[in-house]
Write a protein that binds this ligand. Structure first.
Ligand SMILES: C[S@@+](CC[C@H](N)C(=O)[O-])C[C@H]1O[C@@H](n2cnc3c(N)ncnc32)[C@H](O)[C@@H]1O
Length: 748
């Protein structure tokens, strides 16, 4: 928290100020979930009673805790670490934007500019304490907000809740690691893992399978990870508690060095962004989720390599979803796992130790919905047996594992981390870092590319990794917090599995391909395919280019629209597993897309490198294929959508005229020129038409680029549609340029 306190400082006014908390929104100026909430709405007697009884903090801290919970959560974001220009962006924020926000005043209150979060490594994360209404209404914050949105869009920044940044940091991912993100959507933590796997621009290393059971949300995941393209990334759509064993051939199955289990939870730690939690909170949501969380964690533990690390996290304060799950999982894998003491990591992060005792409560109708505590599983069972039939049915499902086990003090649960809102002006969160006994794989010592042969050498024999139990099928609706947004979702999840006497062993089903899976299959393209060879020839791809690892999205190995590049480990997964059984949503990175032209039949190569694939393909292109250009030329590309060759410098005109029609890769040199500043070399794909050129990046990216390099948006105001332009209605263009424009329009 900044020295002026949470939510902005008051100047020239009585410090006691208005009665509402400083960050409480005025309802007339607020949109979103806070709109309908008043201070009176943010009370839940059961919530207070329950957590007081759980001793998650001392009694005298409650006023501060509740006050923090009733304030809007500050906006936080981090500069993406793997980009070479992370430092540049950080400096830009510090030197260009922060000074403009020094004296922002709104309705008589002064607000602090964004501050760097002390505990985040390399000071690459920021917090805006000013409430959203102030950000929206004041010019300097508004300008900064615009910058944030644009940079987020192009992947330089990631807006993410502060506490949500913690699990990937504690996962300690290295470039060669094989990683699994079990419940990944919408993908903010996935992005952090990708960055850790790819610390330098260039070739992807290691593997990340990002999974989510919600089909629509896997597509959000694909979109989110599109900003951090990687040859080692696969997105799947599986129930995390039943992720099938993934074959690597030779009777070996894939096990992971790092697993993140950021499980679905009741989400009461998100009440600062989802104020609806105040009204809906009850203990049964957590009780209902416990068993699913436990099954997900246990599946993760089975899929972890010896010496591997698994981080379990929730955005809930509740020990039933946290310590109880961890305790049960540790006991069912007796002696094979331990909780890691993470106290030396992120030393400036204020955290609370995990609990070693907790209470189980229900909220039965018979008590008028007041909380009923059940001291032991046995007393709970006896109470259920005495209750009326309806209650019996509802309450029967609580598993024994909700209660603290007898050996609770021996499990090291105090090494878990609980994050409380009033400690560092954050949301609430829980994190536990688990390590599997055994020594880490030998590849752990190598920071270079993982070779599939090495992986196969150390991969687990199939007999050592149990297949998952099929999930129970009874539906149960519970309120589940969505990490990404403001809404609290109502989602059917698998119900609690009773561990008591009525527990039934689920039926073992035979593994079959999933016939209801609608995505197209992946298949590999023959390296001698004419289209592949046209790319190899056009870009003069050298021998290091993984020409054997090109995938297409159809069953025939036919390059129709896109060519995806994957690394060896993903190749092995695709080759040895039924794609529908793994429910593969995406694999690798789009290296080339087809740029067919209706008007040109003379293109030597009909393929272009999309921006996403550029960093993956460029290391395999000889330097002389990459054209060098200046900032003045970049300005021309930005100022006009289809600048004719004659608009460029004489030097550039020489090579531009000589260049054949098709995709060029252009490198802009750093420096100061044409009123702009570039700190690092910039590679961009350009399309060369007959007499004009165009940058192959979208309008938004171009605007951001312009603002970053030239300080202003130099892109042309869209006055006419492309078609109108091509028809010469709005702009004066030569016949040749018109033909080019028409061609470009057809290619969009
Ligand atoms: C807390 S959110 C994950 C947030 C995510 N890790 C991030 O950082 O952006 C929990 C996710 O679990 C997913 N989920 C729910 N049940 C699941 C299951 N059985 N298997 C896999 N994912 C599940 C939900 O769709 C939701 O996206």
């Amino acid at each position: 928290m900044g020295k002026h306190g949470r939510g902005g400082r008051r100047q020239g006014k009585d410090r006691s100020g208005p009665t509402k908390p400083t960050n409480r929104p005025d309802n007339d100026t607020v949109t979103g979930p806070w709109k309908t909430f008043t201070a009176e709405d943010m009370v839940n007697v059961g919530f207070e009673e329950y957590y007081k009884s759980q001793n998650i903090m001392t009694e005298d801290e409650w006023p501060a805790f509740l006050a923090a919970c009733r304030e809007e959560l500050p906006t936080t974001f981090r500069v993406t670490g793997s980009r070479a220009h992370a430092e540049t962006i950080n400096d830009l924020i510090k030197t260009k934007y922060v000074p403009t926000m020094q004296n922002v005043e709104w309705e008589g209150v002064k607000y602090d500019p964004p501050t760097q979060m002390e505990w985040y490594p390399d000071s690459l994360a920021w917090q805006i304490s000013a409430p959203k209404r102030v950000v929206r209404k004041t010019a300097p914050f508004k300008a900064f907000q615009k910058f944030l949105v644009g940079e987020t869009e192009v992947g330089n920044l990631s807006r993410q809740e502060a506490v949500s940044m913690i699990p990937p940091l504690l996962l300690d991912v290295h470039p060669h690691h094989l990683c699994l993100d079990m419940c990944a959507a919408p993908g903010s933590k996935t992005a952090q893992i990708i960055e850790a796997l790819n610390p330098h621009d260039g070739e992807s290393t290691g593997l990340l399978i990002a999974n989510d059971s919600d089909y629509k949300r896997t597509h959000m995941l694909v979109h989110q990870t599109g900003r951090m393209p990687s040859r080692g990334l696969m997105v799947t759509n599986l129930d995390a508690s039943a992720i099938p064993n993934i074959s690597l051939g030779n009777g070996k199955v894939l096990t992971f060095d790092r697993i993140l289990a950021d499980v679905p939870c009741s989400g009461d730690g998100t009440l600062r962004k989802n104020p609806g939690v105040w009204k809906s909170w009850g203990p049964m949501d957590a009780n209902g989720l416990h068993s699913l969380q436990l099954r997900i964690l246990e599946r993760g533990m089975n899929l972890l390599k010896p010496g591997g690390r698994l981080v379990y996290s929730t955005c809930s304060f509740n020990p039933i979803e946290n310590e109880a799950v961890v305790a049960a999982a540790l006991n069912s894998h007796e002696g094979k796992f331990k909780i890691i003491d993470a106290s030396t990591r992120l030393p400036d992060l204020k955290r609370r130790p995990g609990l070693t005792s907790w209470k189980v409560a229900t909220q039965p109708e018979s008590t008028g919905r007041t909380l009923k505590y059940h001291e032991t599983y046995e007393t709970y069972r006896a109470w259920v047996d005495e209750g009326n039939e309806r209650e019996k049915d509802k309450m029967r499902g609580l598993a024994k594992t909700l209660w603290a086990p007898d050996n609770v003090t021996e499990l090291g649960l105090e090494k878990c981390l609980r994050l409380l809102p009033h400690d560092q002006n954050t949301g609430g969160f829980f994190v536990c870092v688990l390590e599997k006994a055994g020594s880490p794989s030998t590849t752990s010592n190598k920071a270079d590319l993982v070779q599939i042969e090495e992986i196969l050498e150390i991969a687990a024999p199939a007999s050592e990794v149990p297949e998952p139990e099929p999930a129970p099928t009874l539906p149960a609706d519970v309120t589940v917090a969505d990490e990404s947004g403001t809404a609290t979702l109502k989602r059917a999840v698998s119900p609690s599995v009773p561990a008591g006497p009525e527990a039934k062993k689920p039926m073992k089903k035979k593994e079959k391909p999933d016939l209801g899976f609608r995505e197209d299959p992946y298949s590999f393209v023959d390296r001698n395919n004419a289209e592949v060879q046209s790319c190899v020839g056009w870009f003069k791809l050298n021998d290091s280019f993984p020409v054997n690892n090109l995938l297409v999205r159809n069953a025939y190995g036919d390059p129709v629209r896109s060519l995806y590049m994957v690394n060896d480990i993903i190749k092995s997964i695709v080759l040895h597993n039924d794609y529908s059984r793994l429910r593969i949503i995406s694999a690798g990175v789009k290296g080339f897309t087809r740029q067919d032209s209706q008007t040109r039949t003379d293109l030597q190569c009909k393929w272009r490198i999309p921006m996403d694939g550029l960093l993956e393909v460029v290391p395999h292109i000889p330097d002389d294929v990459i054209r060098d250009a200046t900032l003045a030329e970049l300005k021309v590309f930005i100022e006009e959508q289809y600048p004719p060759v004659t608009k460029f410098s004489e030097d550039a005109q020489t090579w531009l005229t000589d260049a054949k029609l098709g995709n060029l890769v252009v490198r802009f040199s750093p420096g100061d020129d044409a009123g702009g500043h570039l700190s690092l070399p910039l590679l961009l794909p350009v399309w060369k038409a007959k007499t004009s050129l165009s940058l192959l990046i979208d309008k938004r990216e171009k605007v951001m680029l312009s603002e970053r390099v030239f300080g202003v948006d130099l892109t042309p105001v869209p006055q006419a549609t492309l078609k109108e332009k091509a028809q010469g209605k709005e702009v004066e263009v030569s016949e040749e340029v018109k033909a080019d424009l028409e061609e470009e329009a057809l290619n969009q």
